[in-house]
Design a protein around this ligand. Structure first.
Ligand SMILES: NC(=O)C1=CN([C@@H]2O[C@H](COP(=O)(O)OP(=O)(O)OC[C@H]3O[C@@H](n4cnc5c(N)ncnc54)[C@H](OP(=O)(O)O)[C@@H]3O)[C@@H](O)[C@H]2O)C=CC1
Ligand SMILES: N[C@@H](C=O)C(=O)O
Length: 276
């Protein structure tokens, strides 16, 4: 898939942030859209906006992908509407921030359910249909966090390491099938990812979602298996983490996250962690 004109792209997590940017960029490049998230009103606002600006054909589907039946209900709705997805953008993702024990167990499990289980279920359900048709594509949104353990984002980074490994394996399995698979590894991007927590991204060190989305789609069109759609130098950082001892990269990552105050971060709804 080197062009997006006339294809049907399903974007998860399209109600805000990077997902909205992917939706807008795909519409700008001529794709039909299926937008998925939990917030129906926000989804409809995005849909109205891309219809108005790009004349795109847009369908919205409200789904909680972290719920056990979230993906099956979504796939059933697509089947009922006879929607064949040509490009799946597994973008929806979330993660606890702060000391591992400072977040309730379910906060970590919800991140695993969304970032790993839902992504895997959708890749199987929709990827299987693509392989049967002999054409299609899957873009899994991972992160530069995939390349090293991250103290104070332990579960989140581990889920992204899964996405990296899973995507590379699937790209090889599907080689020659007409279906391509790519992992995108953005760096810090200016979205509401940390909304509801005391953590915050430093604006000076964040990329624009629109830039990340455009570079992701360009990389997929070029046939990349891994894309680094953020600012220059991000890819070099991931190479460094692959060369250095893992204890070193984890130690450095922990030091960086402490410098960002993530060792004191917590959900606004939960008490501050005990000083370490
Ligand atoms: N921002 C960053 O710095 C970086 C982000 N990433 C990755 O990019 C992706 C998008 O993140 P970003 O845009 O920043 O995050 P946001 O929190 O801004 O957006 C997350 C999106 O996912 C949706 N979502 C959350 N939970 C669920 C759920 N259970 N079921 C369905 N949809 C859900 C949200 O919609 P709703 O609440 O309406 O359901 C929203 O549309 C994620 O995979 C993230 O890990 C990677 C690297 C850097
Ligand atoms: N979501 C971002 C915060 O850590 C990332 O993946 O880098």
């Amino acid at each position: 898939m080197t062009r997006y004109t006339g294809i049907t792209a399903l974007v998860t997590g399209a109600s805000k942030g990077l997902g909205t940017a992917y939706a807008r960029e795909l519409a700008r490049r001529g794709a039909r859209l299926v937008l998925v998230a939990r917030s129906g009103d926000a989804l409809r606002r995005v849909a109205d906006s891309v219809r108005e600006e790009y004349g795109a054909e847009v369908t919205t589907e409200v789904a909680d992908l972290a719920a056990s039946d979230g993906v099956s209900r979504l796939v059933a709705a697509l089947d009922r509407r006879n929607i064949a997805v040509d490009l799946l953008v597994n973008n929806a993702g979330a993660g606890a921030v702060g000391p591992f024990l400072g977040s309730p167990q379910d906060r970590h499990i919800d991140s695993v359910e969304l970032n790993i289980v839902a992504l895997t279920r959708l890749s199987h359900a929709l990827g299987g249909k693509m392989v049967a048709r002999g054409s299609g594509g899957i873009i899994n949104v991972a992160s530069t966090a995939a390349f090293q353990a991250m103290p104070y984002q332990a579960t989140y980074a581990a889920t992204k390491a899964y996405v990296l490994s899973f995507t590379e394996a699937l790209a090889e399995e599907f080689r020659g099938s007409g279906v391509r698979v790519m992992a995108a590894h953005p760096g810090a991007t200016a979205t509401s990812f940390f909304e509801g927590t005391t953590a915050a991204l430093k604006p000076a060190f964040t990329d624009r979602p629109e830039t990340v989305a455009a570079r992701t789609l360009d990389a997929f069109a070029r046939g990349a298996v891994n894309a680094y759609p953020g600012r220059t130098g991000l890819r070099a950082i991931t190479w460094a983490t692959r060369i250095l001892p893992r204890t070193t990269t984890t130690r450095v990552s922990g030091r960086l996250n402490r410098a960002l105050g993530l060792d004191q971060a917590h959900d606004i709804s939960t008490p501050a962690p005990e000083p370490s």
